[in-house]
Design a protein around this ligand. Sequence first.
Ligand code: SAM
Ligand code: SF4
Length: 464
Amino acid sequence: MEAIKTGPRADPASRAAEPARKVFVKTYGCQMNVYDSQRMTDALAADGYAPTQRIDEADLVLLNTCHIREKAAEKVYSELGRIREMKRERQLVGRDMTVGIAGCVAQAEGREILRRAPVVDLVIGPQTYHRLPDALRRVRSGEKVVETDYAIEDKFEHLPQPGRAEIIRRGVTAFLSVQEGCDKFCTFCVVPYTRGAEVSRPVAQIVAEAERLAGAGVREITLLGQNVNAWHGAGPDGREWGLGRLLFRLAEIPGVARLRYTTSHPRDMDDALIAAHRDLAALMPYLHLPVQSGSDRILKAMNRRHRADDYLRLVEQIRGARSDIAMSGDFIVGFPGETEADFEATLGLVREVGYAQAFSFKYSPRPGTPGADMQGHLGEGVKDERLQRLQSLLSAQQQDFTTSRVGMRFDVLVEKPGRLPAQLAGRSPWLQPVILDETAGEIGDIIPVRIARSEGTTLFADAA
Ligand code: SAM
Ligand code: SF4
């Protein structure tokens, strides 16, 4: 931990009229950040902070940031410009506002953030969230705190669990991080530098958290990890478990009806996990399996350690185990040296797989990654044009997949009220939003429906 003395600050907790300090958390990036934001909120609740949705009434503003692409990181700095004005206005009426940067920008840029944005009081990396209350105490005593050391202790062991009321407030679906960090070192990616080495949480800790969630009404759990299918751990039977075995164990927990996991690396899809897709009814038939490119030359330059063919064979094997599985993926266009032929190979792979849904990005050079120093960076114009072509193919596939559900019967998990009165909103097994009539059931129910029509990517179930 590094700290700079800046002189004592008014402690908002000491204001007699304020029962609780308020925290506003804004989350950027992936589901792991969503999960981390919840865990930070839990840690802060134990320290007397109540969450608020209104930034202008917050005593503490925390931006949980993403560093994966340049745009994502720059968004944080422009938000900090707005926050600086807000903080000034609050100070004019005698109220202070503490500003904290968490997440991968915090980890990657550390002290540089304080230089670029003096409004920031606290910089805290993703491995040290359990130290948040202590770091805030130091901020209140006048320090600027940079907390980006990789903690030796396990942050999950030290982070408080959410209370039952908070789990219920968050709804009937929940994220559960089982794995953090990455040892793969794809040449485009900052994750191994910002999240550190691959670490798996122990089985007992994961089961206990899942039981707690299910006990408060959660029906669907999505296991998270930067490389979630690399998860492994010692099982209570004394054997080494992989993700497939863990999923079977979690499916035994009363109340857990649906399981998902994301994000997976093709090299870590082992036979036991593929068998789980065949044999475990609770495991939903949807798999996010990023490939990034369809060109072997580019895959090699990306250090993906698989070829396009390996990926296609894998998809075939997974579909052999579960024929109705919907595939999702991530793609990067315009990696250094990518030719038109390489890009065509990506389009070819997409046509061969047929994706139900996908994320595609223009390559963004990240400082400190090998890709940033490679020869052959492409112009933005080429990247834009390729991204547009790829995205129109992917959205046509997504549209086909959506309309192919019309007329089908399947179970929907009811998640929340719909946007319009008398509606409920749920999810199909393939993660598509489904709108139902409010008489169809209750939130948390899993009900069989027939799909009457689709609109965009949303499905509408018959009233009866
Ligand atoms: N672990 C996952 C995997 O192996 O594919 C990916 C996790 S990464 C947080 C999410 C996605 O961001 C990647 O799959 C990739 O498509 C995209 N991404 C990562 N670095 C990028 C970069 N430098 N430029 C553009 N997209 C990037
Ligand atoms: Fe990044 Fe995923 Fe590659 Fe790890 S496996 S370096 S998280 S893209």
